[in-house]
Design a protein around this ligand. Structure first.
Ligand SMILES: C[S@@+](CC[C@H](N)C(=O)[O-])C[C@H]1O[C@@H](n2cnc3c(N)ncnc32)[C@H](O)[C@@H]1O
Length: 218
């Protein structure tokens, strides 16, 4: 599915989020807090839009994804030398134990077939004391506002996506996967259950997106 939407993926992101995706990416970069010399894993990195931010902070970044279509799109455009694109599956990462100072996943965890396993893999490849940042669509705490938002997801979003992308199913899937995704507290519990500690979160854009942070114990 992601191979099929790769060509127009970044354009659609900007259009459907009304440009808010840029603010969310900035918040992710600040939460990751990459320092010069750090090695950061951006998992489910897609075309590498989020990975670039870590390289500008002086860190090296591995942008890993299992869609060759998305990776090809990313490598095909200019990107900092400190970003390396690697094909790999979140459920069986091709990296050594404790290899990274920080690991992050933006709008990817919801798409991975086994959330617990992906969180455990992320933990395995993070050094003790290293950081996790998960950026994912979430739920608005106010019920009425959330109902309005769900209406946008099931009506406006697929209609715009149909016009711009020509791939209606992918964007029907987007709406469904956001609706079925756990709310902020439940995701925090899942992260803790996968062995992460100091789990916290904050809402972005009223809870349309939530940023979860945690540390690998030790
Ligand atoms: C919505 S895109 C997010 C891309 C990017 N992180 C961003 O913020 O624009 C979700 C990505 O998750 C990737 N993905 C889904 N399951 C995966 C898995 N098991 N291993 C690696 N990547 C996966 C897809 O290929 C896709 O590129």
């Amino acid at each position: 599915m992601f191979d099929k939407v790769a060509d127009r993926y970044d354009l659609l992101n900007d259009a459907l989020s009304l440009g808010m995706d840029r603010l969310w990416r900035r918040a992710v970069a600040s939460a990751v807090g990459a320092r010069p010399g750090d090695l950061v894993l951006d998992l489910a990195a897609g075309t590498g839009a989020s990975a670039r931010a870590f390289a500008t902070a002086g860190a090296r970044c591995i942008a890993c994804d299992f869609s060759l279509g998305m990776l090809t799109k990313g490598t095909g455009r200019p990107h900092p030398a400190a970003v390396r694109f690697v094909a790999g599956d979140a459920l069986s990462l091709p990296f050594a134990d404790r290899a990274f100072d920080a690991v992050t996943i933006s709008f990817g965890l919801r798409n991975v077939a086994d959330t617990a396993r992906a969180l455990a893999e992320l933990r395995r490849v993070t050094r003790p004391g290293g950081r996790l940042v998960v950026c994912e669509f979430s739920h608005l705490p106010l019920r009425r506002l959330n109902a309005l938002y769900e209406r946008y997801l099931t009506t406006v979003l697929p209609a715009v996506a149909r016009r711009l992308s020509g791939n209606a199913e992918a964007y029907d899937y987007l709406a469904e996967s956001i609706r079925d995704w756990p709310a902020q507290r439940e995701l925090a519990e899942r992260i803790a259950a996968a062995g992460w500690t100091s789990v916290s979160w904050r809402n972005l854009s009223f809870g349309i997106v939530a940023l979860h942070r945690a540390r690998r114990p030790g």
